[in-house]
Write a protein that binds this ligand. Structure first.
Ligand code: UGA
Length: 435
């Protein structure tokens, strides 16, 4: 099949690369020529494990990247739309990039096409796309629209793509459904065929539910600290019940990243417009914001409120491990709060560069863990990078000013924590009640 993928963010590039890897002829399109040049040189414009390797084994064979959307539309039978749909401050979804792509399709369409919307779009958007093409642009050629929401995670996008739990296909056209099913067949997965609105809602509801699961376990973790229970074992015990499941029950600093925050706010906004209450999702977001403050309160408490001019070392800036994405990362808010309290900040992250942190102003950017721990009063783990699991705390204690660790990701087992405490550290995790 001749496929074009429009929008080379992490969803678009992963989709293009993996669809080419299973034998399709794929062209990836982006209006950013620099990005296209970079990808054509075999370089991924962001950090995503395994993606570069698969890109390089397919590029120039059946996988090409161009900035010419006209050519891409004319040369392909199926177009995946994977452009960004950010939200405004008020929670409204900005669909301008979708509109732009649809205008181009309307202009350059030259025969039957299947238009597949992968970007997360407001409920009703796929119908609008049909409307624009048919009634506004008055397209003369046949086309079908399919809603095919994306469930990939940053940091494990390739693994997720080759092990997808399901493919949701929202469409009322049998021919288009069959074409999209054919594309996904090699992934050996389950299909759910629905209407447009249902497919669009599945994406929002899934992200809202996952975010709610995290906020729920974070509230339980906060309670565990007060009643002397251990949240890791609580989550394990809950997860052993198949009705609950083990995933997304890791307590910590709360969720970050652009997706959960964006999609929950969009969903709450949609619910307001149609006068439906969505209290749980809205609360999940509020609980998540508070979880960041809880970490700051812990720092204040463990330093006995003597925080002014003390040094805090932030270990991990990205919103999760295995990505370079710092959008809505808990670390950013926490650093801002600590700076308000007049603490000095040192940071270390294995992948983030200094340039990404320039909005934070006066912070000390360190090149390795030990440089960041030198002279510090409190080490705060905010991303679960593997590297942090192997820190030599014996070595660190000789260079730290005070021996205090706040583990916002619960990266250590109880046995490891015991060893750390034996070295003379004060240790505080989330929902573990150990000091
Ligand atoms: C999320 C969804 O998981 C994907 O299915 C979806 O496709 C994607 O959003 C999207 O809409 O594009 P992503 O944001 O990349 O994926 O990453 P997640 O692995 O879901 O993690 C989100 C945040 O939740 C991270 O900050 C992570 O550290 C946190 N998290 C996750 C927890 O605090 N606890 C957990 O148990 C799991």
């Amino acid at each position: 099949m001749k496929i074009s993928v429009i929008g080379m963010g992490y969803v678009g590039l992963t989709t293009a690369v993996c669809l080419a890897d299973i034998g399709n002829e794929v062209v990836g399109v982006d209006s950013n020529i620099e990005k296209i040049k970079q990808i054509n040189n075999g370089v991924i414009p962001f950090f995503e494990p395994q993606l570069g390797e698969i890109l390089n084994r397919n590029i120039n064979n059946n996988l090409n990247f161009i900035d010419d959307i006209e050519k891409a539309i004319k040369d392909s039978d199926i177009m995946f739309i994977t452009v960004g749909t950010p939200i405004s401050e008020t929670g409204e979804v900005d669909t301008s990039q979708i509109y732009e792509v649809v205008q181009s399709i309307g202009k350059y369409i030259n025969g039957y096409k299947v238009i597949v919307t992968k970007s997360t779009v407001p409920i009703g958007m796929n119908n609008k796309i049909i409307n624009i093409l048919k009634n506004e642009i008055k397209v003369q050629h046949n086309f079908d629209v399919v809603s095919n929401p994306e469930f990939l995670r940053e940091g494990s996008a390739v693994v997720d793509m080759f092990n997808m739990d399901r493919v949701v296909i929202g469409s009322n056209c049998k021919k288009a459904i069959e074409i999209v099913q054919e594309i996904y067949k090699p992934f050996d997965t389950k299909f759910l065929i629905t209407g447009f609105e249902t497919a669009e809602m599945i994406k929002y509801a899934s992200n809202a539910f996952l975010a709610t699961k995290i906020s729920f376990i974070n509230e339980i973790a906060n309670l565990c600290e007060k009643v002397n229970a251990d949240v890791l074992s609580v989550a394990m015990g809950m997860g052993m019940d198949r009705r609950i499941g083990t995933e997304f029950l890791k307590a910590g600093v709360g969720y970050g990243g652009s997706c959960f925050h964006k999609d929950i706010n969009a969903l709450v906004n949609i619910s307001k417009m149609v006068n439906a209450d969505l209290e749980i999702a809205a609360t999940a977001e509020r609980v998540n914001n508070n979880q960041r403050k809880k970490i700051v309160q812990k720092i204040e408490k463990i330093l006995e409120n003597d925080v002014r001019d003390k040094t805090a070392t932030i270990l991990g800036i990205t919103f999760k491990a295995n990505t370079d994405d710092i959008r809505c990362a808990p670390s950013i808010d926490i650093i801002k709060m600590l700076k308000e309290m007049k603490m000095r900040i040192k940071v270390y992250d294995p992948i983030v560069n200094k340039e990404q942190l320039k909005e934070l102003g006066d912070i000390v950017f360190c090149k390795n863990v030990y440089e960041s721990l030198e002279g510090t009063d409190v080490a705060i783990v905010l991303t679960e990078w593997d590297e942090f699991k192997n820190i030599d705390w014996e070595k660190a204690k000789k260079i730290m000013n005070q021996k205090i660790i706040i583990d916002g990701r619960n990266i250590y087992s109880l046995n490891e924590i015991k060893e750390i405490i034996k070295l003379g550290y004060k240790y505080n995790g989330v929902g573990r009640n150990i000091v």
